[in-house]
Design a protein around this ligand. Structure first.
Ligand SMILES: *Cc1c(COP(=O)(O)O)cnc(C)c1O
Length: 218
């Protein structure tokens, strides 16, 4: 197993000044992460709590770990000490638990609210009207809600993907007018990051283009 250095450099070139690259290393060995780390990559994304905890223990402490998977409340405690940004906050209960665990660790944890933009039933997240009703966010002193995250439909119809990203950007802009801490719009993966950047993404999450196809996909 080895990383695709050419792809890495191309992506950096393409997203320059517009978007931050989160290298999604789920299911990939620490050796691959080290290879990218040695090229100066510092933002890495993982989907599974146990896998993240194991990797974090073995890798340099200046890595910024992004949790991009579906996070269960009862597992927040395992990553609260070190996680840099939690992308998929999809309920107030989860936010409460992150706030509690962050306080225990004397930290403020960065979070993105996940927005349901795809038509598929399976994607987690808030819808737009739910987001507008979230006026209690300031209560949470140990979380910094710095933006939104979304995933487009899994489809070959790139016009549809574009519309979904465009929709998310519109929601982001509206919410930014009263959530002044908003800085980050996390959208775009290997198959659609170019479209995401055109539609205003500030953070892309790319796995298979860098690390190769995954042999399992939970
Ligand atoms: C796995 C995953 C990615 C990366 O997907 P690739 O298609 O391999 O780039 C990005 N975002 C989320 C939420 C993921 O689960």
């Amino acid at each position: 197993m080895s990383i695709n250095i050419q792809a890495y450099q191309n992506i950096l070139q393409e997203i320059k000044h517009k978007s931050t690259l989160v290298a999604v290393s789920k299911t990939k060995p620490v050796e691959d992460i080290k290879e990218l780390y040695n090229l100066n990559q510092r933002d890495f994304g993982e989907n599974y709590v146990q896998e993240l905890v194991e990797k974090e223990a073995q890798l340099p402490k200046d890595i910024r770990w992004h949790f991009i998977g579906h996070l269960q409340s009862n597992k927040v405690k395992y990553i609260a000490q070190f996680v840099y940004l939690i992308h998929g906050v999809d309920s107030l209960n989860l936010l409460k638990e992150i706030n509690k665990q962050a306080a225990k660790n004397n930290r403020i944890i960065n979070c993105l609210l996940q927005v349901h933009i795809a038509q598929e039933e399976t994607k987690f997240g808030f819808n737009e009207s739910e987001l507008h009703q979230l006026n209690t966010l300031e209560e949470f002193k140990n979380v910094n809600i710095c933006g939104l995250m979304g995933m487009a439909s899994f489809t070959d119809d790139m016009q549809k993907v574009r519309r979904e990203f465009e929709n998310l950007k519109t929601i982001y802009n509206k919410l930014s007018t009263y959530h002044l801490s908003f800085t980050t719009l996390s959208m775009g993966m290997s198959s659609d990051y170019k479209i995401a950047i055109e539609e205003g993404s500030t953070m892309v999450r790319i796995g298979s283009l860098l690390f190769g196809a995954r042999t399992y996909n939970k």
